[in-house]
Design a protein around this ligand. Structure first.
Ligand SMILES: N[C@@H](CCC(=O)N[C@@H](CS)C(=O)NCC(=O)O)C(=O)O
Length: 290
């Protein structure tokens, strides 16, 4: 079936866990391709045109990179139950809080603690990816500050749940819960003894987190990476070419899709297919997809 959801991820990836939770909320059936947690990713990069981050979602020949776009695509294709029933703007905006403001201290807590045991290859990979050094010593030194930050952010979640609601926006889980869950999941999974005192202080967060975990991940069956590549080769993209009349840079479909930023790199030539303020779609020729 070329329209099944194929999810490229690895079990310990916190960004992937967001999408796995959305699969659970929407009770979706999906195929799982496990990818390496560092470069090289020989079966992923030919699909994405160079994007190497985790996760990536594939439906036929359509490859969706970045959890914000994956969440939007899942909501568009599978609208019920909605993950944005009270409006989209704030929950999507909250993604940037979770992915940056809370993620960075969480990373520092975890790697400050386990950094000495992390393989050198992983450290080199993350340094190359971010353009920064991977310094366990710096993260260790930052531990008191980042623990304070993590606690402060967790207190926002606790305050939102303080009236006894089940989920952040009411009786049903939404994208706000998905974002807020990620760093709790990451810390609790990596270092449960470090997460424990935070979850003891904010008991309603612990109960909320257990409620989210109980939702599960939908129905998953594994798929081999080579099969996923073959599916992409045999399918054609469902994306339509669309112009963004308000593009602040005057870009048009058909133009060069490469971004000037250091990352993500797109070594394969791509052209813009459609533009919008929430994401671009790029097209590559079938030859460069192989
Ligand atoms: N903005 C991206 C960030 C994804 C991200 O940073 N993922 C981490 C793993 S959780 C990653 O790619 N690490 C490097 C790797 O897996 O190669 C998104 O929302 O999908």
């Amino acid at each position: 079936m070329s329209n099944e959801i194929i999810f490229h991820h690895y079990p310990t990836s916190p960004f992937s866990e967001k999408i796995r939770l959305i699969f659970g909320i929407k009770k979706l059936v999906w195929r799982s391709v496990e990818i390496p947690n560092m470069m090289p990713k020989p079966d992923l990069v030919p699909l994405t045109g160079g994007y190497r981050k985790t996760p990536v979602m594939q439906i036929g020949a359509d490859i969706i990179c970045d959890t914000q776009l994956i969440a939007r695509e899942l909501e568009r294709r599978f609208p019920a139950p909605s993950i944005v029933p009270y409006g989209k703007g704030l929950p999507y905006g909250l993604g940037f809080w979770a992915d940056r403001i809370v993620f960075m201290p969480t990373v520092a807590i975890i790697f400050g603690e386990i950094g000495d045991a992390v393989p050198e290859a992983f450290k080199k990979d993350r340094a190359a990816m971010s353009g920064n050094t991977f310094s366990t010593a710096t993260m260790k030194a930052a531990a008191p500050f980042v623990r304070d930050q993590f606690r402060a952010h967790l207190s926002f979640v606790a305050e939102q749940l303080a009236d006894g609601r089940s989920f952040l926006q009411g009786d049903e889980p939404t994208l706000a819960d998905v974002h807020a869950m990620m760093n709790v999941w990451f810390l609790n999974g990596a270092l449960p003894h470090v997460a424990k005192p935070f979850l003891e202080e904010f008991a309603n967060v612990a109960t909320w987190y257990a409620r989210l975990r109980a939702i599960g991940h939908g129905t998953m069956t594994p798929m081999d990476a080579k099969e996923a590549l073959q599916i992409a080769k045999n399918a054609s993209s469902g994306s339509k070419s669309e112009r963004d009349p308000y593009d602040p840079n005057g870009r048009k479909p058909g133009g060069n899709c490469s971004k000037p930023s250091r990352f993500p790199r797109r070594p394969h030539p791509t052209t813009t297919c459609s533009l919008s303020c929430s994401g671009d779609r790029c097209r590559r020729s079938p030859r460069s997809r192989t």
